[in-house]
Design a protein around this ligand. Structure first.
Ligand code: AMP
Length: 285
């Protein structure tokens, strides 16, 4: 199957999209940083089920990486990605350069307070400002009917939902379930950093969260369920653990330390380092 057409400038992107809109076609958008796996492709397929056309973007956004993070090492494979997108049925790939996204003089930063402050907001200062800024730009560039983000990055999804409401972006933000390997590990481009031995231990993060969910549903106090899951993750050789916490599923405010109040949606979220990789995962309670 031929790869989807690639556009690299906002002007070329808009020209193609204007043609589609002129034909009355609806547009779904899937932003990514490339190194695509089945999780990304499930987002493309969800887009196809909802809209006439699916646009994916690949942009390793420098402003969402901290100075000591893995920007330079982040896996890149545009040709391989284009092949996968074409098999999944994607219609257009937007792959801008950093200069196209941030021309000289760029001075606007979008910050979302509240939901972007705890968890990765603490562990990765500036990360969500980088994410919110690039996503606001991409959504303005594409102006899709629907934009699809993975629950794998649950806090990011909640930050983007808030952003879309607050800036009246007029786009439906759709969350897609986390795609996992057969052993439960959440698929991630960063799993490529794991050694064979680390890869064998990595599913313990998902297993610990899944057991915590069962315990919480059975009425075990939040503090106890968190401590048990943390111990299990540390015993599997993870460390340091940036957070492993039960939070409100909507605004990510703290829940606990007692049992979850009935009727309130909770989410358990964790981030922990395993060797060179920083893995994140989360589950609905
Ligand atoms: P990334 O390229 O890692 O920035 O991710 C691009 C999009 O794919 C984001 O909306 C992610 O949440 C989503 N995504 C990444 N991994 C998964 C996964 N395992 N399952 C579902 N969505 C994912």
């Amino acid at each position: 199957m031929p790869s989807p057409p690639v556009v690299r400038s906002v002007a070329d992107l808009r020209a193609t999209l204007a043609g589609w809109r002129g034909e009355g076609l609806s547009i779904a958008f899937v932003p990514t940083m490339g190194a695509l796996h089945e999780g990304h492709l499930s987002l493309v397929r969800l887009g196809l089920s909802r809209c006439d056309r699916v646009v994916a973007s690949i942009f390793v956004n420098p402003t969402q990486f901290g100075p000591s993070e893995d920007l330079a090492a982040y896996p890149r494979d545009e040709a391989g990605d284009a092949g996968k997108l074409s098999v999944a049925g994607c219609h257009l790939l937007f792959a801008p350069s950093a200069a196209e996204m941030y021309p000289p003089g760029a001075a606007t930063v979008v910050t979302v307070s509240g939901v972007s402050e705890p968890l990765d907001g603490q562990a990765r200062p500036g990360h969500f400002a980088g994410v919110a800024t690039v996503v606001a730009k991409l959504l303005n560039q594409v102006r899709p009917d629907v934009a699809i983000f993975g629950e794998k990055d649950y806090q990011q999804l909640q930050v983007i939902r808030r952003l879309a409401i607050d800036l009246d972006l007029g786009v439906e933000i759709l969350g897609a379930p986390t795609a996992r390997a057969a052993d439960g590990l959440a698929l991630s481009s960063r799993n490529a950093y794991l050694t064979e031995d680390e890869r064998r231990r990595a599913p313990e993060l998902a297993a610990a969260l899944a057991d915590a969910v069962l315990a919480l549903r059975a009425g075990v106090p939040v503090a106890e369920a968190e401590a048990q899951a943390l111990g299990r993750v540390q015993a599997a050789g993870f460390g340091p653990v940036d957070y492993l916490e039960v939070r409100d599923a909507g605004d990510l405010s703290r829940m606990g330390p007692g049992p979850l109040p009935p009727g309130r949606a909770g989410r358990i979220l964790a981030a922990a380092r395993l060797g060179r990789a920083r893995l994140i995962d989360n589950m609905a309670i």
